[in-house]
Design a protein around this ligand. Structure first.
Ligand SMILES: *Cc1c(COP(=O)(O)O)cnc(C)c1O
Length: 365
């Protein structure tokens, strides 16, 4: 079976994890601090805080912004479900904006029509590792005084005109889940522009505690969103290979582009000036293709392919609560969910695997 993704865990990674286990210092210690330092150097930003997942980091960003009941948060119509769940669980109202079908990122032309007096923030997703048009998002946010959270879960190392994903908004949220380019098992890191936000996130991830004159005081009601040093050691070790992984994926995406051409399949394109991390290689199938049938047929011939992400307002919970007609309001998000397909894309994939995947899709479409 050629898997969709497969984390490349090497002996050196395992060695680093074992060192932590032997040290007896297991939670939010030196390794977590080292991970935060490495990411902050890489992105050239001041405040980076690790947490237990890329969902926790999104949640912390919203909490630190003081967003809650009665507030509205703009989210793209198509993403991983966590992007909208965090808005819902803080009691705010998600306001969906359709995506651009060419990039799968929020359609910046449609954002302003969704802004009301209650709008407090925009969550802009760098879908599958391609940076959204952040310059436009930031301009709209500035005009309307909105907080910007970059959901850069898939986009560590992505850039636009040399500017790295996660460094433009008030917050940049990254995931270290095994389906992302580097992993800690579960984990996330959050970039905070503002020092006050960073202090609040630091408290909220650790029960609301803070050092006051050398004493621990609990200043807010917080969470346990700490990352372990066991996880951080794995991430630190993987992080040293990030560039290597990105180059490899660049080459694999190039192979798909070079060898795959079919009338019923639209390949993802990376616009000029942007650097795509290719966390996922997501194609769009013609309406006439039975996508779910194709997934099953591919499984039979040893190729794992799957749905890329969801049309958020069309998921059961959101349908029941908000009753929005996605076909009318979010046609791009809906077709990306219904006709999208992610293909195998990971470090261990060989050229002949890519050629096999392409052949099997052509044979079974
Ligand atoms: C993976 C992902 C998340 C959630 O990250 P976890 O670490 O799995 O919690 C959030 N948003 C997007 C766009 C993702 O792809």
């Amino acid at each position: 079976m050629i898997p969709l993704g497969s984390p490349d865990i090497r002996e050196e990674d395992i060695g680093k994890v074992v060192e932590v286990l032997r040290s007896g210092m297991l939670v939010q210690g030196q390794k977590v601090a080292e991970l935060e330092r490495n990411v902050s150097n890489y992105l050239s930003v001041s405040h980076v805080l690790a947490a237990s997942s890329g969902t926790a980091t999104l949640h912390l960003a919203l909490l630190a912004s003081g967003i809650g009941h009665g507030d509205e948060v703009i989210v793209p119509s198509f993403s991983y479900i966590a992007t909208v769940n965090v808005v819902e669980i803080i009691g705010a109202r998600p306001v969906f904006v359709d995506i651009d079908i060419k990039t799968y990122c929020i359609d910046i032309k449609k954002i302003e029509a969704a802004i009301t007096r209650s709008t407090k923030a925009i969550i802009s997703v760098h879908e599958f590792g391609l940076m959204a048009d952040m310059e436009a998002v930031m301009a709209i946010a500035k005009k309307h005084s909105l907080v910007v959270i970059e959901d850069a879960a898939c986009a560590l190392g992505a850039s636009d005109s040399g500017i790295l994903a996660g460094t433009m908004g008030n917050f940049g949220s990254f995931s270290l889940h095994p389906r992302k380019n580097i992993t800690s098992g579960e984990g996330g890191v959050l970039v905070c522009k503002d020092t006050g936000h960073a202090e609040m996130v630091s408290m909220l991830r650790n029960h609301g505690g803070s050092d006051v004159d050398g004493r621990k005081e609990f200043l807010v009601a917080g969470y346990n969103y700490r990352l372990t040093d066991i996880q951080a050691a794995l991430a630190v070790s993987q992080f040293s290979r990030l560039e290597e992984i990105l180059v490899k994926k660049q080459r694999l995406a190039g192979l798909y582009h070079e060898h795959f051409s079919h009338d019923a399949v639209k390949l993802p394109r990376c616009p000029d000036g942007k650097f795509h991390t290719w966390q996922s290689f997501h194609v769009l199938l013609d309406e006439a293709v039975d996508r779910d049938g194709l997934i099953l047929k591919l499984r039979d011939v040893g190729v794992e392919a799957n749905v890329g992400a969801q049309c958020l307002p069309a998921q059961e919970y959101y349908m029941n609560k908000y009753g929005l007609n996605s076909l009318e309001l979010f046609p791009n998000g809906l077709s990306a969910w219904k006709q999208g397909l992610v293909l195998p894309m990971h470090e261990k994939l060989r050229e002949k695997d890519v050629l096999y995947v392409i052949k099997k899709i052509k044979d079974n479409i």
